[in-house]
Design a protein around this ligand. Structure first.
Ligand code: ZN
Length: 247
């Protein structure tokens, strides 16, 4: 079973389409969407259609904090441009899409992996995994050998050393890594639809459950077109610049 891991799509249809096309060429069997399907960018309906298509083919889908905010969740802690995009997105979604988003679970499990948007430690609190300590607490809470999550928008892979201490590193795109048995792994997948590490290319990864390997990918896509759509929708300029710069 080869699984495409896609986090933080954030209504970016160009990035999502490019990643799904890339994943198909790699022969993936199934997708896992790690939350924040909507928010920030200009194509919430089209992105939800694609994700729901994948869900019909067995994709795992979990809810993110932006998904929750778009169906009436709290937005006080969000920055002004994120909040503005949430208000805009709420107007774009029909009742059926809202119900579907609201019904998504916060956590999913398959085989030896858990899937979440933020840390599995109190998932409803949307805790960012930004270091080895929070990754270790997330793994303890999940109780599985592997955890795949999003929320941070930068790809980092944490693993337990032979001494049991967790360390993190940035995976090199295109390099397949063995998820060695006897170790625990917490993978923060970078963002499909709003990368924030200085590269404009979309992030996703492929997890091969049979071989126990992970490959991180960066996929170029038409970020200028996605930025144009943001401006045409009168969404905050800051969000368009983020796509054009990767920051
Ligand atoms: Zn996000």
């Amino acid at each position: 079973m080869r699984l495409a891991l896609l986090a933080d799509v954030h209504s970016n249809l160009e990035a999502l389409s490019a990643c799904l096309a890339h994943a198909r060429r790699q022969g993936v069997d199934r997708c896992a969407f790690l939350g924040d399907l909507v928010g920030y960018n200009a194509d919430p309906r089209a992105c939800l259609d694609r994700v729901r298509d994948e869900a019909g083919r067995g994709a795992i889908v979990v809810r993110g904090n932006h998904d929750e905010a778009c169906v009436g969740g709290l937005i006080e802690s969000m920055n002004p441009s994120a909040r503005e995009a949430i208000y805009w997105t709420r107007e774009q979604l029909d009742a059926e899409s809202r119900d579907w988003l609201a019904g998504l679970p916060l956590l999913a499990q398959a085989g030896e992996a858990s899937f979440a948007h933020a840390s599995p430690e109190r998932p409803e609190q949307w805790i960012y995994v930004t270091g080895a300590e929070s990754a270790a607490r997330g793994l303890d809470a999940a109780g599985t050998r592997l955890v795949f999550a999003g929320h941070v928008h930068r790809a980092v892979l944490y693993y337990s050393s032979s001494a049991g201490v967790l360390r993190g590193f940035h995976p090199v795109p295109g390099v397949t890594l063995p998820l060695l048995a006897g170790r625990r792994w917490f993978y923060v997948v970078g963002s499909v639809g709003q990368p924030r590490d200085g590269s404009i290319a979309a992030n996703y990864a492929i997890y091969d459950a049979d071989a126990a390997t992970l490959t991180h990918y960066r996929v170029p896509y038409d970020c200028l077109k996605a930025a144009r759509k943001l401006r045409a929708a009168d969404l905050p300029e800051r969000l368009a610049v983020r796509l054009e710069t990767g920051y």
